[in-house]
Write a protein that binds this ligand. Structure first.
Ligand code: FES
Length: 166
């Protein structure tokens, strides 16, 4: 091979240099954005954390409303979130339902209407759910009340993530 074959032309040198500098600058701009987008997702999340709500001994077969709160970290914003749940024992299992109506999110109450005994009732648009939280046909809610993951340890009831039932 002659020396001429290895020679880099001025045009090639400029192309390599500009490509390198451009790539370096692009990485400098993209890396902070990627870190910004991914960092919260990579942090140890509290999404699957369970929160103590009550003692199992307090529960009956009739749904009772319990309020609880927990710290939520959403990206870099930390806040205290309050929730209500109806917790009761059904078929020897602790069941926890969200108190939020699945129509437009008002708070439901249990067994407060004389004409609808043992039902969850939503005062906003007269939505109703049976004792298992299943929406009653002919009322506005189109799906059952959401439920919480439940964990019972040493007689203490912990609630985790909320999920939709079909
Ligand atoms: S919000 Fe409950 S029925 Fe509309």
């Amino acid at each position: 091979m002659s020396e001429k074959d290895h020679k880099v032309s001025r045009r090639q040198f400029l192309t390599y240099t500009l490509t390198g500098v451009g790539g370096f600058m692009a990485a400098g701009m993209i890396m902070p954005m990627a870190r910004f987008a991914l960092d919260p997702a990579l942090k140890a999340g509290a999404a699957s954390d369970f929160v103590y709500v009550c003692d199992e001994a307090e529960l009956t077969e009739e749904p009772q409303k319990f309020s609880f709160s927990f710290d939520q970290v959403d990206a870099w914003y930390e806040s205290e979130v309050s929730r209500d749940a109806y917790i009761y024992i059904r078929n020897n299992e602790v069941t926890a339902l969200s108190a939020k109506c699945t129509h437009l999110g008002c708070t439901v109450a249990f067994d407060t209407q004389e004409e609808y005994p043992n039902q969850f009732y939503c005062p906003c648009h007269f939505g109703r759910f049976d004792t298992n939280g299943i929406n009653i046909e002919g009322t506005p809610p189109q799906r059952p009340l959401d439920a919480y993951e439940v964990k019972v340890e040493d007689g203490k009831v912990y609630l985790g993530s909320i999920y939709q039932r079909t």
